[in-house]
Design a protein around this ligand. Sequence first.
Ligand SMILES: Nc1nc2c(ncn2[C@@H]2O[C@H](COP(=O)(O)OP(=O)(O)OP(=O)(O)O)[C@@H](O)[C@H]2O)c(=O)[nH]1
Ligand SMILES: [Mg+2]
Length: 481
Amino acid sequence: MPTGHRSRRRTAARVAALIDEVEPHLRTADALRLSALRDDLDSTLRVALVGRVNSGKSTLLNALVGQRVAPTNETECTRVVTWYRFGAPARIEVVGLDGSSSTIGLHRGLPDDLGRPPDEIDHAVAYLPSATLRDYELIDTPGLAGTNSTSSVATRRALGDSSAARTMVAADVKVFLSDGAPRSDELTFLKEIGAGRVDTLALLSHADAFGQGALFSSADPIELAGRHAVTLHRRLAHVAGAVVPVSGLLAETVLTGRLTEDDARALHRLASVDDEELIGLLSGDDPSDDNGANVGRLLERVGEYGIMYGRRHSHSGAAKLGQWLTERSGLAAVRTEILSRFLHRSDVLKARRVFAELRRLASDSPNRAEIHSILEAAQMEPELHGLRELQALELMLQWDPEHRLVTTLDRLTLAADDASKLELGADTDQPTVAEAAKVACVRAHQERMTAVSAAEREAWTVLERSYQLIFTAALRSSVGG
Ligand SMILES: Nc1nc2c(ncn2[C@@H]2O[C@H](COP(=O)(O)OP(=O)(O)OP(=O)(O)O)[C@@H](O)[C@H]2O)c(=O)[nH]1
Ligand SMILES: [Mg+2]
């Protein structure tokens, strides 16, 4: 078994035991919540897609699962929080606010009618045999519009609004979509849902239409979006671990099998049309009046970008064109970020949520002091050291997001193995890892003595312990062969 997997199991087991330890100090009424927390620990990583209405959440979800299952039009379903989970046969379970549930067969996409009005639905769970959903569950949330609309309330409930005691489940990770710099209401929402660098990924969506779009700018919008994402990340350093440009539309069209040979041929017919004429055709009142080029259909599938830029990649047929569109869509980077940023540390993210929830429950208990001391003591254990590392990172981000310790802690918390935590190659031998860890440990100890702020002191204390743990593990495995 890989070491990463083993340590994940150990963390989850330790947190489960901790819930048992805390339980006698809580009210009996909390038993249901605790049992949901235990289930949470065993569940697949849960990734919620959040953002303004029409920001492209459902389109991206369809691209990720490879099926046009989430509605991307104005149906009632877009107002219901829907969980997408691995399972067969494909079906959808609708859970009412009254706790009752009913199951409907799922044939193509989600049906328009879920059997009851959206404001009586708590959430729906769609089961699909999609490979992506084996790795992580996706939660499609209704777009944020007004703060009091049914959909915004539903979104807040799914994301674990602490005032919603009914929330039995919550997201481990948030993927926030926005087609430009987030506005103030979006930033407020991110704050409300506790979005932070360690559990949030921001996407610059509609990258194919970024800036002035594909027709009226000489620069490639996706390139411009890439550059803007870098600037945006500096502004959102507290809120998101990375900012990635993506065109859900291009990815959805290809990966859900909507791009046909006819489309490639129609696009190829436009390859020789000069730019001015093409712009006239695309911005005309009736794009279907195009002498058989089927521009209306192409616009729906690949947008102005796909037509303007894709026509030069259409001569070898739909497969090659699809490859090019998928590459331009940026979906691979989204997948990579989810896997490398969140999936391999899903245990720590889940542990973090359990801790937050136990602290919340403790605040209503007369035994809150006992609970807090159990939690504090547990955090000092090696199995839960990952939690302290994340906390130290968050503290440093509050103190000074540009500080070099932010980079150090980022690397430490994201690295998949101990050697990479020390900036060594993944195949470095154990004695070398042990030696490097010892040196790093001594240095962290010295730096702690001269730290100028509480945040820095805490960061160096945590780092010293991290290197100590790496040293011990490396020593043990070199002795064990
Ligand atoms: N050009 C372009 N259009 C997109 C992209 N992603 C989504 N769209 C279009 O934008 C519209 C809204 O997309 P959705 O995926 O339904 O957006 P949503 O965030 O789920 O919307 P709500 O559920 O209503 O909040 C649809 O017409 C999509 O085809 C994109 O990357 N590029
Ligand atoms: Mg939607």
